[in-house]
Design a protein around this ligand. Structure first.
Ligand SMILES: *Cc1c(COP(=O)(O)O)cnc(C)c1O
Length: 353
């Protein structure tokens, strides 16, 4: 740290992304990427778009926004495309949080929420989960603060119904409710249509997981057009060309192949449910996940031990070590073959081999 850094930045604990080790080839089940490659149309579109990299990208992302609007049945003015969904979350905390407008979120959730809050000096309160790791909707009635909820939640994978989300929205009309739907394509019901009914709702989505585009960095926010105008203000005050032209092309091509990706999601959901059952047979506790990962613990194995032993054996999962999750690992759901490798190595570990 230099002596020039802003004094209040000193205290900010930055987000730590999952490992991307290069020392060997792992069965990589630690950062919730898709095991499936982007569709051939995406590769083709990116190659073509590379020819015009001398030009700036479209700051309005008109074509991509129109396609996204059509895909999700919302108005284009209700959308803002961003550099990953991390960027729309960043914009939301920046635009709506303040000393007088704190944030609340679950005690166990996406690790970026407290980071954004600290970055902007926004007070925040973490609301504990129930003992089964679910969110108690009653804890979020009339909270007098902005709310951020990942739905399905990460790393628990547990989901709230659209009705529950409506309860939260209608009892917090004077605050923004951010519903982070990074994992909604793996089996949950989206609340995106509610943006037409509640002007305090911001739904965030990403192409990183269900659309096999983690490396391209593409996400978006959907909300009332006035909310979106506020977020655009942050975009145009920081990074007007926030989505590069290769990613713009990749996103449009991906939406053209929507069926390919949704089919991949159902394969992943099937592998998830199969793997959860197999882990349970081996004595694991596994939460009921509707995402592309499993949150699992074993009585005879600490989360840290399981993570380290799997890593030795070439299988990488995510260990958080945060309060409430010490005994758990988060396992990304990949192909059937990858899940079988995980189960095979797990058997060896449990047998003490
Ligand atoms: C992965 C993830 C994101 C961010 O994804 P991007 O790659 O930035 O689009 C947002 N929220 C949750 C809960 C996530 O797990």
């Amino acid at each position: 740290m230099s002596r020039f850094i802003r004094a209040d930045l000193d205290a900010v604990k930055e987000y730590v992304p999952g490992e991307q080790p290069k020392d060997m080839r792992y069965v990589k089940l630690n950062t919730n990427e898709s095991p499936f490659p982007p569709s051939p149309k995406v590769t083709e579109a990116v190659t073509k778009a590379a020819k015009t990299l001398n030009l700036y990208s479209d700051p309005e992302l008109t074509a991509l926004t129109a396609m996204t609007a059509k895909t999700y049945g919302v108005d284009a003015e209700c959308l803002l495309m961003t550099n990953g969904s991390d960027e729309i979350l960043n914009f939301a905390f920046c635009a709506f949080g303040s000393k007088n407008a704190p944030f609340v979120f679950p005690s166990l959730t996406y690790g970026f929420y407290p980071v954004f809050a600290e970055l902007y000096g926004i007070p925040y309160v973490k609301i504990p989960l129930k003992s089964d790791f679910s969110i108690d909707v009653n804890d979020y009635r009339n909270v007098g603060a902005n709310i951020a909820i990942a739905n399905p939640n990460a790393p628990t994978g547990k989901i709230l119904s659209v009705k529950d989300i409506e309860t939260i929205l209608s009892s917090n009309r004077e605050h923004v409710v951010v519903i982070d739907e990074a994992y909604i394509d793996f089996g949950g019901e989206s609340c995106i249509k509610l943006i037409n009914k509640y002007d305090n709702l911001l739904v965030t989505r990403t192409f990183s997981k269900s659309f096999s585009l983690a490396g391209a960095r593409l996400g978006f926010g959907a909300g009332d057009r006035e909310l979106i105008k506020d977020l655009k203000k942050i975009k145009y005050s920081t990074n007007p060309y926030n989505v590069n032209s290769l990613t713009d092309a990749a996103g449009r091509a991906a939406l053209e192949d929507y069926e390919y990706y949704m089919n991949n999601c159902s394969v992943i959901a099937k592998n998830r449910d199969f793997c959860a059952e197999e882990l349970k047979k081996r004595g694991f506790f596994v939460t009921d996940s509707k995402a592309n990962f499993l949150f699992a613990s074993h009585l005879k194995l600490s989360g840290r031990e399981y993570y380290l032993k799997l890593k030795e054996r070439g299988v990488l999962v995510r260990y958080f070590g945060s309060t409430g999750a010490e005994n758990f690992v988060r396992i990304t759901v990949g192909t059937e073959e990858q899940m079988n490798t995980l189960l095979y190595e797990t058997d060896k570990i449990l047998a003490g081999e």
